[in-house]
Design a protein. Structure first.
Length: 294
């Protein structure tokens, strides 16, 4: 078989379901030379049971079979594993069955009589796409974990809808989930304020219109409002090909918090040594007054 490396099939387990003895024997003999393990069934009932027991990497099935046809078997298999690649073998006359296959999400089929080169090519394509989908899903989980653990606040919009907000931002603003955040984001003036805003102008439109600048926003309500006015530098970027807008917020008070932490430690050390440090106390008061100024 030219152009296909046997190595790519050596770890694959495959379930082949076919009721025609001659076709079953011919295709099975061929597939056994390539895959790690081949499971054979002669009707849909037997095929479904084998799938439950063996959980193969891929399924190839005929449509018209006794007891349980290939499409009904595929439907039951998808209930167990929606991501399993299924390839159907079909004759030209089975157009109605192909329509149902598409409804089920099966978009790969082989026309009878089956070409051996084509069967390997479609197995390779099916498993590659399945692997790619799983990798993408894992990568998305990986990225989301990193963003949720990040102390920087951010959210992503698709048109006027927020499709992602990291956990830091939701926690800060007191939203339990993305839906409640979306409800409020459309009432923009209730969330943030910018000094340069004109009457009835919302901060999102302003930031987008002045995307080359970094803007200072004030959060109108927060858990720490009594002690700090929460202010953020916001950056914005629009990704045209994806139609997504990304807003990233950096807390202006981080520097002040670090100063307060350092001064407080020094004050505690001095007090433990019987020293009253008036200068440090005044410096701490100054920072707190600035931070809490209206």
């Amino acid at each position: 078989m030219h152009g296909l490396n046997k190595e790519i099939f050596k770890d694959i387990t495959l379930l082949y379901v076919e009721d025609d003895e001659m076709t079953l024997e011919e295709i099975s003999y061929f597939l056994k030379r390539y895959v790690k393990e081949l499971f054979i069934a002669k009707d849909g009932v037997e095929g479904l049971e084998l799938f439950k027991k063996k959980r193969p990497d891929i399924v190839i099935t005929d449509i018209q079979m006794p007891k349980l046809n290939g499409l009904n078997m595929a439907e039951k298999i998808f209930e167990i594993d929606p991501s399993i690649p299924i390839i159907i073998t079909t004759a030209h006359s089975e157009s109605e069955s192909l329509s149902k296959a598409i409804e089920l999400g099966i978009d790969k089929y082989l026309l009878k009589p089956i070409n051996m080169q084509e069967i390997l090519a479609i197995i390779k394509k099916s498993l590659y796409l399945d692997t790619l989908e799983k990798r993408n899903s894992s990568y998305e989980e990986y990225i989301q974990f990193i963003l949720d653990c990040n102390s920087t606040f951010m959210f992503v919009m698709n048109s006027n809808n927020v499709e992602y907000a990291n956990k830091s931002l939701l926690d800060l603003m007191g939203f339990e989930n993305l839906d409640t955040f979306n409800e409020q984001i459309n009432k923009c003036k209730n969330l943030f304020d910018i000094d340069e805003l004109k009457a009835n102008e919302n901060w999102i439109d302003y930031v987008i219109a002045n995307k080359e600048q970094r803007h200072l926003l004030r959060l109108k309500s927060s858990k720490c409002e009594k002690l700090f006015k929460r202010e953020f530098y916001v950056s914005y970027k629009y990704f045209e090909k994806m139609n997504k807008s990304v807003f990233v917020f950096v807390d202006k008070n981080e520097e002040k918090l670090e100063k307060i932490y350092n001064i407080s430690n020094k004050l505690v050390n001095d007090l433990n040594n019987g020293i009253s440090n008036e200068n440090l106390m005044n410096e701490l008061k100054s920072i707190l007054n600035i931070s809490s100024r209206n």
